[in-house]
Ligand binder design. Structure first.
Ligand code: OOG
Ligand code: NI
Length: 310
């Protein structure tokens, strides 16, 4: 599949679409390799009704210091025609996010997955490190040597940290002030989560409520903060996520502790009111609710919490 098929209809830039798709594929493989529960859910979803999957978004978390912030990831995707969209703010966490819309590419009838499906949105957030306490800043700066941020996307694809593995003492100290910061220090640019585009499913899973029941019956833990289904105020964006499993991490000072890794998300975008009478087969992604919702996102964030009240 190349962008050469339809040169006029495409906003794809940067040479080979296959290269971009392969990068996504490797980011996905790394994430699935590192997160067995997410991998199990990912496989299950496709096994029911032989469902073909499409992705709504891939999310990355970064630290805003010395070239390691949002730009370190966004610049790669923008070279391929991704466009910067609105911001999403999480003031309490000192985190700012944004999302990038994909370039138009030719998707054949039945195209799916990363091979020839629609390209995912990319969500990237960053911790405003300069607003943290001097102690936390010192920990982060000790590991993140200047220039390393240039390898952000390579690091996502390989699943290898650009900086030295932290000590548990540093990790623990940072987690007290910012769990977000501590998560990134340990997991680096490994994808934080991916979201399936539920509205693109063809069978019973095209209803997010049905996926919820299915996963609950299978015994998966779902994030229940504010209810399992997170619904935007306009009612048109519905999201649900699993709970990140806690995996053992071996720290540089010899300590092994379990910490939350990545979760997996389901996103359903409903048809906008002005298009509600369109016949089903004519409905395209741009007829649906776009964008994200800070309120939903704040609840989704709890999927990777370090401590739980239960
Ligand atoms: C922001 C996540 C935003 C969503 O689905 O609302 C997002 C973050 O994790 O930094 O992916
Ligand atoms: Ni998400």
């Amino acid at each position: 599949m190349g962008s050469l098929d339809l040169p006029h209809a495409s906003s794809f830039k940067g040479g080979s679409e296959t290269f971009l798709r392969n990068v996504f594929e490797n980011i996905l493989k790394t994430y699935l390799r590192k997160n067995p529960t997410a991998n199990t859910i990912w496989e299950l979803v496709q096994s029911v009704d032989n469902e073909k999957i499409c992705y709504d978004h891939f999310t990355f978390q970064t630290l805003k210091v010395d070239g390691y912030g949002i730009d370190s990831v966004s610049s790669f995707f923008m070279d391929y025609g991704y466009k910067f969209e609105t911001g999403i703010d999480f003031p309490k966490k000192k985190v700012r996010g944004c999302w990038l819309s994909p370039p138009d590419v030719h998707v054949p009838e039945g195209g799916h997955g990363l091979g020839n499906g629609p390209l995912p949105r990319v969500v990237i957030s960053e911790l405003r490190v300069d607003e943290l306490s001097p102690e936390s800043q010192e920990i982060i700066r000790k590991y993140l040597i200047p220039e390393g941020g240039k390898q952000a996307v390579l690091s996502s694809a390989l699943g290898s940290l650009i900086w030295e593995k932290p000590t548990y003492a540093d990790f623990y100290q940072l987690a007290k002030e910012s769990e977000y910061g501590a998560w990134v220090l340990i997991h680096g640019y490994t994808m934080n989560h991916l979201a399936f585009a539920v509205h693109r499913f063809k069978h019973r899973f095209s209803d997010i409520g049905c996926i919820k029941v299915y996963l609950e019956e299978k015994g998966f833990k779902l994030n229940s903060d504010g209810g399992i289904l997170k619904v935007s105020q306009d009612g048109l964006l519905i999201q649900m996520s699993s709970i990140s499993e806690k995996l053992a991490v071996e720290f540089a000072d010899g300590v092994t502790e379990t910490t939350p890794a990545s979760y997996i998300e389901f996103t359903q975008r409903l048809v906008l009111p002005q298009f509600k009478d369109l016949p089903h087969h004519q409905i395209k992604e741009y007829h649906r609710r776009d964008d994200f919702d800070a309120n939903n996102a704040n609840k989704i964030f709890e999927s990777a919490r370090f401590t739980s009240d239960t």
